[in-house]
Write a protein that binds this ligand. Structure first.
Ligand code: SAH
Ligand code: SF4
Ligand code: F3S
Length: 479
């Protein structure tokens, strides 16, 4: 497929615009007749990278494809449609995808009529589209995060016109309801409550790839949660790049605290939410979390850095003192809370002393777990324009020092869990030992224990026997 049809291309400038209204669309999906015909007996395979937003997008794309008549394939090697659902948050995420696109060259040789499509955050960047078009002629379709709704029509066009198609809008984004979806689990689910992000942290690409921060209507979210409850789901995670800002765009007093309260009342055994920005974390939210037994006492509260100057340069809108004040309020009102975080080391020109402030805050907060990243410059973000004087070697060294400090904090916490019994939602058979089951505690600690496979999807009591840095070993407790 040599010829390319460019329908839309992303633009960094219009991606930055926020003063545009968006629509709520209650969809009825029409499958093009020719695609329905094409789909008969054919399979699809979606390969997802990145965060829960992409995970949920995969479920929607699967829903659309199955509505057209495609079935989920058993083997990636022999499928008729392969979609790479990509992430752009750090350079190594993009490298992985490029490696995979390269691998698909031989797939296409063996499956000449198969369709290779790339979507997700990575292709919301013009230079990435140009690179794919120049380097990987076996890619048939590139579509953006705002074009998922058009997937069936785009596929139909690729098939009937035999063209390569690029359709990547840089919109503030709409909200589409009533989309079909195929959930990947029948006991835990993600529910989007808002899309996009308006925070524009200076290092971050997400506001450009996902558009304006926009909330779903509360009634639509509650309806989805109720349906999940009726289907017997054990855990629901409310999703947004910054869940705390939920409802602010309605300007009618809607808030995340109110939404969370209503979701908890539905009675799903476990309610979680992701991610909280320290800036919008209200006292009302803390009260609601404290009040409901089924809201997990686990809060992911990215700090990014413990140094005020770095926080300012990152555009995070809080100081370390304000962050610690919030942590204290949370810990006072919710004594059994577990906090986790995201940390970036090696922001441009970060000094060693500034980095030490991050270690200090890690020791002070006593995180239960943390995701740690080395700063990665992202195209068109303000931080990427800063000339950086810290060498990659030094960033690496600091990264390892941070991981060591975290381990020194997490290990004693895990030790205190030995001998205690916790409810665990059983996820799967352990990847490393088929005789063990794996699941998560309320505090998101991974536990392995012996048990019958029939327990997958159930909440069981497990007594902790051994603690390791990144997992616990336990024993099933009767009743
Ligand atoms: N909206 C969420 C998640 C954003 S992406 C939040 O604000 O927490 C998840 C994490 O990736 C961020 O918290 C940050 O720690 C990290 N991250 C984002 N951009 C990055 C970059 N350019 N380099 C390194 N890490 C980055
Ligand atoms: Fe990125 Fe900041 Fe938005 Fe999180 S809050 S998605 S880090 S811009
Ligand atoms: Fe990655 Fe996009 Fe999520 S950049 S982290 S997949 S919002």
């Amino acid at each position: 497929m040599a010829k390319t049809l460019y329908k839309t291309l992303p633009e960094a400038e219009s991606a930055r615009r926020r003063n545009i209204t968006f629509d709520f669309n209650y969809e009825e999906i029409n499958v093009p007749t020719s695609l329905k015909e094409f789909a008969k007996g054919k399979t699809y395979h979606i390969h997802t990278y990145g965060c829960q937003a992409n995970y949920r997008d995969e479920e929607i794309m699967a829903g659309l494809l199955e509505k057209a008549g495609f079935c989920k394939g058993n083997s990636e090697k022999e499928t008729d449609i392969i979609i790479l659902n990509t992430c752009a948050v750090r350079e190594n995420a993009e490298k992985k995808v490029f490696g995979k696109i390269g691998d698909l060259k031989s797939f296409k040789v063996n499956n000449k009529n198969a369709i290779v499509a790339i979507c997700g955050c990575m292709v919301q960047q013009k230079h990435i589209i140009e690179h794919i078009n120049k380097t990987y002629p076996h890619v048939d379709l590139i579509f953006g995060t705002h074009n998922i709704i058009d997937l069936l029509n785009l596929l139909d066009e690729v098939i009937t016109k035999r063209l390569r198609i690029v359709d990547v809008k840089s919109l503030p984004g709409d909200i589409h309801e009533n989309l079909p979806s195929v959930r990947q689990s029948n006991f835990k689910a993600f529910v989007n409550i808002s899309y996009g992000c308006d925070k524009f942290c200076t290092y971050c690409i997400v506001p450009y790839t996902r558009g304006k921060e926009r909330s779903r209507k509360m009634a639509d979210i509650l309806k989805e949660c109720q349906e999940l409850k009726d289907l017997g789901y054990k855990e629901v995670t409310l999703l947004g790049q910054n869940v705390n800002a939920y409802g602010k765009d309605f300007k009618d007093g809607s808030s995340f605290a109110r939404l969370l309260d209503e979701v908890a009342k539905i009675g799903i055994p476990r309610v979680r939410f992701l991610t909280s920005h320290p800036w919008d974390f209200s006292s009302d939210m803390i009260d609601v979390i404290a009040k409901h037994k089924n809201i997990m006492k686990y809060i992911h509260l990215p700090v990014q850095s413990g140094n005020d100057e770095i926080l300012r340069l990152m555009g995070r809108r809080y100081t370390s003192e304000q962050y610690l004040k919030l942590v204290n309020e949370i810990k006072t009102k919710i004594p059994d809370v577990a906090l986790s975080t995201d940390i970036i080391v090696g922001f441009p020109n970060e000094t060693y002393e500034q980095f030490l402030d991050t270690l200090k805050i890690v020791r002070e907060v006593k995180y239960y777990s943390a995701f740690t990243f080395i700063y990665s410059p992202r195209n068109n973000t303000p931080a990427a324009k800063i000339k950086d004087n810290v060498t990659p070697k030094e960033k690496n060294r600091r990264f390892h020092e941070l991981v060591k400090t975290l381990e020194e904090v997490i290990d004693p916490i895990n030790q205190t869990l030995i001998g205690k019994t916790f409810p665990v939602l059983v996820e799967s058979v352990s990847e490393k030992n088929s005789e063990l089951l794996s699941g998560y505690t309320e505090h998101n600690k991974l536990v392995h224990f012996k048990g019958d496979k029939k327990l997958i999807g159930e909440i069981v009591n497990v007594k902790i026997k051994e603690s390791h840095l990144y997992f616990l070993m336990g024993e099933l407790v009767d009743g």
